[in-house]
Write a protein that binds this ligand. Sequence first.
Ligand SMILES: [Zn+2]
Length: 343
Amino acid sequence: MTVAFITNPNHIHHFTTGHPESPERLEATLALLRECGLRDRLHELEPRDATDEELSWVHPPAFVDELQRICDAAPAMIDGDTYVQPGSYAAALTAAGSTVAATEAVLAGEIDSAFCALRPPGHHAGPSNAMGFCLLNNIAIAAQAARKRHGVERVAIIDIDVHHGNGTQDAFYDDGDLLYVSTHLFPFYPGTGPPTETGAGDGEGANVNITLPAYCGDAEYRAAFEQIVEPVVRRFRPELILVSCGFDAHFADPIANMALTNAGYGDLASRSLALADELCGGKIVFLLEGGYDLIAVPWGVRTVLEVLLGEKPTPDPLGTLRIGDPPEISELLAEMRTLHGLL
Ligand SMILES: [Zn+2]
């Protein structure tokens, strides 16, 4: 089992004081992987920048030029949440290119699967707008590279970040060969992603939003996977699965109110891997999106890597915290199953 790992050292130049999307998220992750010796057992891929052509598959050149101009003139705020520094453009370019590199290595059969520990994250970045801590949409660019350059027709993106990946949805909303399926806290930032946003035109039915109330934990996410994510991905028959893996649905996350544990993340990772094994020869790439607790994120990455290596995840120091009774979501899931013809 060859599992690849890729990170972008230039991420450290994308920072601002007191912001949750900090270089420490990735540095703490790299430190834990070093400490437990896991990184030595991974196939390290070389980071690289995205090319203009790769960016153009998702972002119009005018947007990319403007983003570069804003970063060159930084420090600046693109919106109330999204900062840039002079090094931010280079970091974003390497995050996007490295996601493509990992995806291409999986498609070439050089490796079985990959984890991309990169920042800035990407799933809120739409074709022509940077927002929500995201500058370029890394996963959308990688999905396009698979299709434009490697003859892959159908790609499924599973987004388990606590937020709706509005940028990814926008990039593929009328595209029937790209399945976007997201579990997210709703209503919550960025306000998009109700179940009724199911795609348009050729993409009708290929956009699946699973809205969850606050404090859903391992059992509720497992039910959402069993009842909706797994059947829609099976029905779609992807040739490649990409996972927008945000760890901000963990109960310890400081900016959201979900109740997943690290073991729950391990379960979602194994379920995603099982889908890839069943449907697309195991071809799967996980990409770090959000997640802001400096223990939950490193342990989450470690857990996903252990799952990809076929190992039992090491118990994490945060364990389980239950705050009252979990929400009842069976009716909600039944409505979404009906909406997507899964009965
Ligand atoms: Zn998030």
